[in-house]
Every structure is written in C-alpha cells, then in structure tokens.
Design a protein around this ligand. Structure first.
Ligand code: ATP
Length: 242
C-alpha cells in the first residue's frame, strides 16, 4: 500500500534520515521505537506527506505521493506530538468548527463511535483550556481523525497523560486496528506497544535498524544491543522489552 524507495531527509548539511526502502502493508499496526533524535518523527512526517524527502520516492497504491496528494490526504490522519486546538472553544464547538473547516468530510457514525469510546460526551460542554492533558489529547485525536482515515499516523499519542486517558486511547486504537486500519505510531510505552503492535520498527542513528515481530525482537534484542554498544538510550529501551 505505502512504498518507500530510498527515501532520505537532510536538513542543511545534516542527514537526519538515511535512505529507507520499505513496504507498509494495509491493516498492519507498526510500533515505532528508538532513542530521542533517531529520526522517528521525521520518518512519520514523510509518510504523512508533511515533509518532502530530500531524495527518494514515496508512493501510495503504486502512485507517487506528488501525483496523489488529494487521495492520500483523504485516506490519512496524522496526530503530531503537540496538541493543536482552539483553547477557548468547548469540545462541542471544537468539533463543529473542525467539521466546517476540514477539507475532508467528517464521517458522522465514526465520529459518534469515537466520542463514545473516548468518553468525550462527559466533557462535551467544557472549554478545552479547562481540561486536563488526557482529555485535551483525546479531543486532538478526535479532530485529527474525524474523517475516518484508513491510515492512522500518531506521534506519541499517550505521552505525558494520566492512566485513565491512556487506557481509553489504547482501547480506541485497538478498535481502529480491529477495523482493519493501518496504524503507525511512535511510543515509549512497552505495555501499549505490546497490546497494539503487529510489528516493531526500531530506529537508531537516523535509520530503521530492525523491523520485527515481538517474538523476533525478543530473540534479536541481545545481538542488537551488542551491535550498538555506544547507544546507551537504545540499550535502555531494549533492556525493558519483555
Ligand atoms: N526542521 C528541522 N530542521 C533541522 N533539524 C531537524 C528538523 N526536524 C528534525 N530535525 C533534527 O532531526 C533529528 C531527528 O529528529 P526527529 O524528531 O525525527 O527524532 P525522533 O526520533 O522523533 O526524536 P524524539 O523521540 O526526541 O521526538 C534531530 O537531530 C532533530 O534535531
């Protein structure tokens, strides 16, 4: 479905993503892991078509991204690390606002199901700036995905929020996976990753160094750690993988 051919990214003279070739199959749930600065967010933004590759080509269903942006955007939802909402609006107003301005048509039944699963009806009439981080994150997910995309890209969707909100978001992500959607998400939370991932994509030093199932990663983790003795953060990440 999504194909990357020798895709790389360089900012000024610094290569932050070395050439990557990869196929992402429809319906796969891929957990992206790795140390800070390893290139995970850059990779996700390139897949989301929010960044252009310095070299290489991305294609969706055989058509290069540049010839296919409209169709691609219709099928894709991307949630960045930072929450981007109109703080003074209530949740209800926020939804109405985004419904009006979104280029893609919202899907009413999907929206209703999302509100229920994320329990957003509980705070429907509250202003966003009065909500906790967990609720705000849920609202952000809602407005980012209200058009029912088949490819869901998420950059640390549960970082820094309370446990109850994490559980709700995890349940909702699992329901997306059960519906056959493609999920690519960056996370540092092994519990969440183990619940959700068909595969792991492990980044280090500006490239994906391993793509593996949980069982494969468990088998390979000692040898990966031996190959990258100087990568302390990578060692710490893999040490806690069970
Ligand atoms: N717009 C930009 N201009 C210059 N350098 C950038 C830009 N965006 C990212 N970088 C650099 O690219 C490298 C990879 O960043 P990226 O955000 O992709 O890493 P990451 O693995 O997602 O890290 P984190 O877990 O901290 O979010 C970093 O060194 C970062 O400073």
């Amino acid at each position: 479905m999504i194909q990357l051919d020798k895709v790389s990214k360089t900012y000024k003279s610094k290569t932050v993503l070395h050439p990557v070739s990869m196929h992402i199959e429809e319906g796969k749930s891929i957990g992206i892991i790795g140390p800070n600065g390893a290139g995970k967010s850059t990779f996700l933004k390139l897949v989301a078509s929010l960044e252009k590759p310095t070299d290489g080509t991305l294609s969706f269903n055989g058509v290069p991204y540049r010839k296919n942006v409209k169709n691609l955007r219709k099928n894709m939802g991307y949630i960045p690390q930072d929450i981007a909402l109109y703080e003074e609006l209530t949740v209800k107003e926020q939804i109405s606002f985004w419904k009006r301005v979104s280029l893609e048509k919202p899907d009413p039944s999907f929206l209703k199901q999302m509100i229920q699963t994320l329990r957003l009806d509980e705070v429907y009439k509250q202003r966003v700036d009065r909500l906790s981080g967990g609720w705000r994150r849920k609202v952000n997910l809602l407005v980012g995905f209200m058009n029912n995309p088949s490819i869901c890209l998420l950059d640390e969707p549960t970082a820094g929020i309370d446990l109850a909100a994490k559980e709700d978001i995890l349940t909702w992500l699992q329901s997306l996976h059960d519906q056959g959607k493609t999920l690519l998400y960056i996370s540092h939370d092994w519990y969440e990753l183990n619940q959700l991932s068909d595969e792991y994509l492990l980044f280090a030093k500006g490239r994906p160094i391993v793509r593996a199932t949980r069982e494969e990663l468990l088998r390979e983790k000692d040898s990966i750690m031996e190959q990258y003795p100087e990568e302390k953060e990578l060692q710490n990440i893999l040490k806690f993988f069970k």
